[in-house]
Design a protein around this ligand. Structure first.
Ligand code: OAD
Length: 243
C-alpha cells in the first residue's frame, strides 16, 4: 500500500500523537478478536462470562475461561504492528498508547506510555475490599493456574484485573486517555470495531479537538465515515509504513 502524501505530511509534522488499539492489532500475533469471524464472542456470551454477575454466580467458570485465554496468549509474540507502535513512541515528544487489549503484547513489544483501558489479563486483584492486601493489583504469570479460582494471600478469591461489562473504567486512566485525545494533533485508531464505549468515542474526541485521524482496519467500522483517512488493511502491514 502507498501511504497518501497528505498522511505522510501529517505524520512528519505531528508533535503530539495518540493511538488507540483494539483486538485487531493482536490478531496477527494469534490472539482471537472478539467480534470477527472466529471472534471470541461468537462462541461465548459476554454476559455469561465477562460480567461481575457471572463471576459472583460461577467464579470457577469465569476463571476457567480466563485461564484458557491466558494459556492461548502466553506463548504469543508481539507482531510488526506492536513493534511499529513501540518505535513510533521513540520518535515523538508526546506519545500515548491507549489500548483496549488486555494481552500485555504492547508492553512485550517495549511500548512504555500505555493506558490499558480494560485492564490486563496477567494481573489479578483481591475480591475483598479492605483485605490486608488491599485492592492491590498483582502480576500473576502462572499458566495454567495451579488453583481455580486463585486465592489472595488473605484467603479470599482473586479476580482478573479486567474491566467487565457493567463496570466502570479506572477514572484516572480514562482521564489520561481523554486528555491525550483532546491534546493530540495526530490520532491513529487501529484494529478496533469501535462499538464498545468509551473507547468508541475517542477518535471523535480527538477529531473535535482538531486532530488528524487515521483509521487502520481491514473492515469498515461505525467511525470510518468520520475519520480523515481510512487505511484499509492489517495493522501488522500498515503501522510499520507509518513509522
Ligand atoms: P473487536 O473484536 O470488536 O474488533 C476487532 C477489529 O479488528 C475489527 O474491526 C476487525 O475488522 C479488526 N481487525 C481484524 N484483524 C485485523 C488486523 N490484522 N489488523 C487490523 N485490524 C484488524 O475488538 P475490540 O474493538 O478491541 O472488552 O473490542 C473492544 C472490546 O470488546 C474489547 O476490549 C473487549 C470486548 O468486549 C473487554 O473484554 C472488556
Amino acid at each position: 500500500m502507498e501511504i497518501p502524501l497528505n498522511v505522510k505530511e501529517k505524520i512528519r509534522s505531528a508533535v503530539r500523537v495518540a493511538v488507540l488499539t483494539g483486538a485487531g492489532v493482536s490478531a496477527e500475533s494469534g490472539v482471537p478478536t472478539f467480534r470477527g469471524k472466529e471472534g471470541l464472542w461468537r462462541n461465548f456470551r459476554p454476559e455469561e462470562l465477562a460480567t461481575p454477575e457471572a463471576f459472583s454466580q460461577n467464579p470457577k467458570m469465569v476463571w476457567e475461561w480466563y485461564d484458557w485465554r491466558r494459556g492461548l496468549i502466553a506463548g504469543l509474540k508481539p507482531n510488526s504492528g506492536h513493534v511499529a507502535l513501540a518505535n513510533m513512541e521513540k520518535k515523538y515528544p508526546h506519545f500515548t498508547l491507549i489500548t483496549q487489549n488486555v494481552d500485555g503484547l504492547h508492553e512485550k513489544a517495549d511500548s512504555h506510555n500505555i493506558l490499558e483501558l480494560h485492564g490486563n489479563i496477567w494481573r489479578t486483584r483481591c475480591t475483598v475490599a479492605g483485605c490486608t492486601e488491599g485492592e492491590l493489583v498483582k502480576e500473576n504469570l502462572e499458566t495454567p493456574l495451579r488453583e481455580i479460582p486463585p486465592r489472595c494471600d488473605c484467603g479470599a478469591m482473586l479476580r482478573p484485573h479486567i474491566v467487565w461489562f457493567g463496570e466502570s473504567l479506572n477514572p484516572k486512566i480514562l482521564q489520561k486517555a481523554t486528555d491525550a485525545c483532546r491534546n493530540c494533533d495526530l490520532f491513529i485508531v487501529a484494529g478496533t470495531s469501535a462499538v464498545v464505549q468509551p473507547a468508541a468515542s475517542m477518535a471523535g474526541i480527538a477529531a473535535s479537538a482538531g486532530a488528524f485521524v487515521i483509521e487502520v482496519n481491514p473492515d469498515h467500522t461505525p467511525i470510518t465515515e468520520r475519520v480523515d483517512v481510512h487505511l484499509h488493511g492489517n495493522s501488522g502491514e500498515i503501522l510499520p509504513l507509518l513509522v
